[in-house]
Design a protein around this ligand. Structure first.
Ligand code: F6R
Length: 615
């Protein structure tokens, strides 16, 4: 949550920071602010609202030619979103300016102690407490900013990615990280600071990702100095050459990132299995699995932890692993798992799924499993993210940047990676004949083309959306592999259109939710030919006899459901275990079109953020 951007160099900082904040708005967008240094003064503009609002308000800052500045886009944790609580925050003297992503958990006790010593606070934030603590330490100990930041951080409990500069020493920015991401872009005599590389990718491909408990002193004309926050040991920067390009993080002619990302799925799925799935040779090659095969094959069980959409991908994986590889799987909300004293043994394998690789609860679950000796494997999209680094091994999804807050291509690429893993383990365990294995691999290889065909239903889905855009409730039903797809469809609808929606296993309907069905209630049913088809058809009949409105996702050529449902959307036929990769597409489009028709902010739904780095 929250996006941070900083710049020090020779270019005007304002446009770099503003553009960077816009790219990071997916991390939070309830308020935004900027601080620019020029001629001994710091110009601060901040506002409740989005970066667009900040631009209108920041005329002063826009006119400065400052080459040093910090910017912030916020997802409020402490203090309501208003102008005052927006970052950057400065110290009582006005000399130190800070931006912060994270939470300082013990801020209240520090605040009280600082107040006793004469400090005053204008905001309700934990961040203002931190910047004043740094100032107090700096003055009391007579140390430089870097040392003061280090000493202050040793007094705080919580999570942070911070950047601080001192008005009296404007050739330096100090940054530090624990639990929230922080990247430093290295240009020609200029440095960029950001929560991810998107704000600086057009200026440089060279970046350092700080590790937890590391800080850096970034001084113009000098090499970056890295230190461990706890013990002052020198850390050595690992400068990466990033592969990201600008095109990937722009809308490319689509009205919204979400639509662009829905349409990217054929390419994204292909990128996910490229080089891993060798259908002709009957091989799946995945370094993270190949090197740890024994761990997986000897595991008592696989525990999957994740949140939100990634948790739904985990549920799909449970079906695949148990069905194909006959390995017992438990799928847990990371937020519950981490606090419920779970039984974890050295013979467990834990798979953590996360698009961002930064979700705080998922990270905490990983740490817990590692402490108990389990082998931990990550499935992440963001390369170099905290989860990717914290796990023993892993597999990237290679979906490319996902900027729309509602996850779409992350979901299908996560399922693709998990399917590859399950197939690999199943084949190692001798669960299939060579010809069966070849058949499944070939079918998986053809999925991008089938997703492409499914996307052709876009106009039809838009038309259906128009009929239901004013609904207040919606039910999603599916069975087997498609039960998690029903959950995911409901989540998509509620998060971007604010219509209440629930996903249910179709057969559970008669144990309660059937009472909700009347002529006002749209019910989305996934009724593909494979997988309990007849039973789902019976469920559709039950809905019909109660006058519910049925939107069915069916296999191409289906006649039975067509006669019963109000609307049908077809998907190409595929193996049952691969149906989620297709059936989820119309549900993504449905939520997208309904949200657009309701004039909701599709890419930045209210109260949400892309990267949930607080628990
Ligand atoms: C829903 C959505 C969220 C995320 C969840 C986990 O569309 O995007 O539910 O799936 O916050 O995020 P990651 O996958 O980054 O750990």
């Amino acid at each position: 949550m929250c996006g941070i951007v900083g710049y020090i160099g020779h270019q005007e900082a304002y446009p770099i920071i503003i553009k960077g904040l816009q790219r990071l708005e997916y991390r939070g967008y309830d308020s935004a602010g900027i601080a620019l240094y020029e001629d001994g003064e710091i110009h601060v503009s901040k506002t409740k609202g989005k970066v667009e609002d900040l631009k209108k308000k920041a005329e002063n800052a826009a006119n400065t030619l400052g080459v040093l500045g910090l910017g912030h886009t916020r997802w409020a944790t402490h203090g309501v979103p208003n102008d005052t609580n927006s970052h950057p925050h400065y110290s009582n003297s006005g000399d130190l300016v800070i931006i912060h992503n994270g939470i300082i958990e013990n801020y209240e006790s520090i605040k009280k102690a600082l107040q006793k010593r004469g400090y005053e606070f204008k905001t309700d934030t934990d961040t203002e407490v931190l910047v004043n603590l740094i100032e107090e330490v700096k003055n009391k100990e007579g140390v430089k900013l870097g040392k003061a930041v280090q000493l202050a951080l040793n007094q705080v409990v919580g999570a942070y990615a911070i950047a601080v500069f001192d008005r009296t020493k404007p050739d330096e920015i100090v940054v530090a990280k624990l639990g929230s991401p922080l990247a430093i872009g290295i240009g020609e005599n200029e440095y960029f600071i950001a929560s991810d590389a998107s704000p600086f990718i057009e200026y440089t491909n060279n970046a350092i990702y700080l590790e937890d408990e590391e800080m850096a002193i970034i001084r113009l004309g000098k090499e970056i100095k890295l230190r461990k926050i706890k013990n002052d040991a020198i850390a050595y920067p690992n400068i990466l050459e990033l592969q990201l390009n600008l095109e990937e993080i722009e809308k490319g002619g689509y009205d919204h990132f979400m639509l662009k990302e829905i349409y990217e799925q054929p390419r994204a799925i292909l990128d996910t299995y490229r080089g891993r799935l060798l259908a002709n040779e009957g091989i799946i090659r995945m370094a993270g699995i190949d090197q740890n095969l024994e761990k997986f094959l000897n595991a008592n069980r696989i525990i999957i932890v994740a949140c939100g959409t990634s948790w739904h991908a985990g549920l799909v994986a449970e079906y695949i692993f148990e069905d194909l590889a006959r390995i017992p799987v438990e799928v847990e909300y990371a937020s519950e798992f981490r606090y419920r004293n779970p039984v974890i043994t050295e013979n467990d394998v834990l798979i953590a799924i996360s698009q961002s690789g930064e979700t705080a609860d998922t990270l905490a679950a990983i740490k817990l499993a590692k402490e108990k000796g389990a082998f931990v494997f990550g499935v992440c999209n963001v390369v170099g993210s905290s989860i990717a680094r914290e796990t023993h091994a892993g597999a990237y999804t290679h979906a490319g940047p996902e900027i729309g807050v509602a996850s779409t291509k992350a979901f299908t690429t996560q399922i693709t990676v998990l399917t590859l893993i399950a197939l690999k383990l199943a084949s190692e365990k001798g669960m299939f004949s060579a010809s069966k294995f070849h058949e499944i691999l070939t079918e998986l290889e053809g999925i991008p083309g089938k997703v492409e065909r499914t996307l052709e239903s876009n106009d039809l889905v838009a038309h259906i959306s128009d009929t239901y855009k004013d609904s207040t409730n919606c039910l999603y039903l599916g069975r087997g592999y498609n039960f998690p797809v029903a959950l995911e469809g409901a989540l998509k609808l509620k998060e971007i259109s604010y219509i209440h929606a629930e996903g249910y296993p179709a057969a559970e309907m008669k144990h309660g939710p059937i009472a909700l069905i009347d002529e006002q209630m749209p019910v989305v049913v996934i009724a593909t030919k494979k997988g309990h088809y007849e039973k789902v058809v019976s469920n559709i009949q039950e809905i019909k006899s109660r006058n519910g409105r049925i939107i069915a996702v069916v296999t191409e050529g289906d006649k039975t459901v067509k006669e019963l449902a109000d609307h049908v959307v077809e998907v190409p036929e595929t193996l049952e275990c691969l149906t989620p990769l297709l059936t989820t597409i119309p549900l993504q489009l449905l939520s997208y079109h309904i949200a657009v028709m309701r004039e909701c902010n599709v890419d930045q739904p209210r109260n949400l953020a892309k990267s949930v780095t607080v628990e």
